[in-house]
Ligand binder design. Structure first.
Ligand SMILES: [Zn+2]
Length: 105
């Protein structure tokens, strides 16, 4: 077990903890606490992370729904620039196609 100490622990489900710690056992959070309070019988290795904030991992849920219609029309690309060029080309093509449909209506 490893106990990581930090200036702040943000459990999210509870208020922030000043001078807290999180104990990790086999890649899982086993316990958390504040200051010197910790389980009595414990041989955890201590790692002081210093003046940092420890919080759960964040999930990037940001999306662009306006690009949904391009699904399958644009490859993932090996670089952002390559990908965005494909997106721009596909959008131009879609606009042109919509314009042609409008003219034929
Ligand atoms: Zn974005």
């Amino acid at each position: 077990m490893i106990r990581y100490r930090a200036s702040w622990i943000l459990p999210i489900s509870d208020p922030p903890v000043r001078d807290g710690w999180v104990a990790i056992d086999r890649d899982r959070i086993a316990a958390r606490g504040a200051g010197g309070r910790r389980p009595a019988a414990d041989d955890a290795r201590e790692v002081d992370l210093g003046n940092v904030v420890v919080l759960p991992g964040l999930v990037n849920a940001h999306t662009h729904l306006e690009l949904s219609y391009l699904r399958g029309r644009v490859s993932p690309g090996s670089t952002f620039i390559e990908w965005i060029r494909e997106v721009m080309a596909a959008r131009r093509l879609a606009r042109a196609s919509a314009f042609v449909k409008l003219l034929k209506a």
